[in-house]
Design a protein around this ligand. Structure first.
Ligand code: 5GP
Length: 213
């Protein structure tokens, strides 16, 4: 079974004053939880693992928007580097799907998959997701994808939350296993804010109030 780099409950992250944070978010961040450099290092290894397993097939990489866009871009850069420098290489096509399942820091009742999926029949699909909490979103997406009859589906998620709300779903590749905390940054948002923050961070409670809708 896949495992990610585990961040334990008692690991509270890093003092934000030791990192560069955009001025407009300085007052909102409590701690830096996963620094950008560590995200990139872990992503490099995920790219290698994925290419070892899927590297003999033509791949369609499917980005789950919006939260997955940074991870998707960096993962694909690492996969492209492997393609460029390795003994073997495979063509990678890209596709995008948009899903909305959160408002403020809580899940919404309905999971909306926005837009049409392109034809995936007979393709080897790599779904690239930002974070899995209960697994509800991914299960809904996978069941929709399976209607398209792809040859193979693998899922990579940058983060998986260790929570008792989990359905038990685990993706094929995991970046980090994190405690049950709401995180932002590296394209993960709070009501569309904080996507433009490089590190994955924990918010102050007063920031949740400030950006609440
Ligand atoms: P699930 O359906 O697995 O419970 O939740 C997955 C979705 O919820 C993710 O794609 C993401 O949009 C959102 N989500 C879950 N936890 C967090 C979190 O800690 N921070 C942010 N920004 N989004 C989260």
């Amino acid at each position: 079974m896949a495992c990610g780099l585990q961040i334990k409950d008692e690991d509270s992250g890093y003092n934000k004053n030791l990192f560069c944070i955009p001025k407009h978010y300085e007052e909102d961040i409590e701690r830096v939880f996963i620094p950008h450099g560590l995200i990139l290092d872990r992503t490099e290894r995920l790219a290698r693992d994925i290419m070892q397993d899927m590297g003999s097939h033509h791949i369609v990489a499917l980005c789950v928007l919006k939260g997955g866009y940074k991870f998707f871009a960096d993962l694909l850069d690492h996969i492209k580097a492997l393609n460029q420098n390795g003994d073997k290489s495979v063509p990678i096509a890209v596709d995008f799907v948009r899903i909305k399942s959160y408002c403020n820091d809580s899940p919404t009742e309905k999971i909306s998959i926005v837009g049409e999926l392109s034809a995936l029949n007979g393709k080897n699909v790599l779904v690239v997701e930002d974070i899995i909490e209960t697994g509800r979103t991914m299960k809904a997406l996978l069941s929709k994808l399976k209607d398209n009859e792809p040859k193979m589906i693998k899922v990579v998620s940058l983060l998986i939350k260790m929570t008792n709300r989990s359905s038990g779903y685990r993706p094929d590749y995991i970046g980090f296993e994190i405690p049950d905390k709401f995180v932002v940054g590296y394209a993960l948002d709070y009501n569309e804010y904080f996507r433009d923050l490089n590190h994955i961070c924990i918010l102050k409670e007063k920031a949740k109030e400030k950006y609440k809708i």
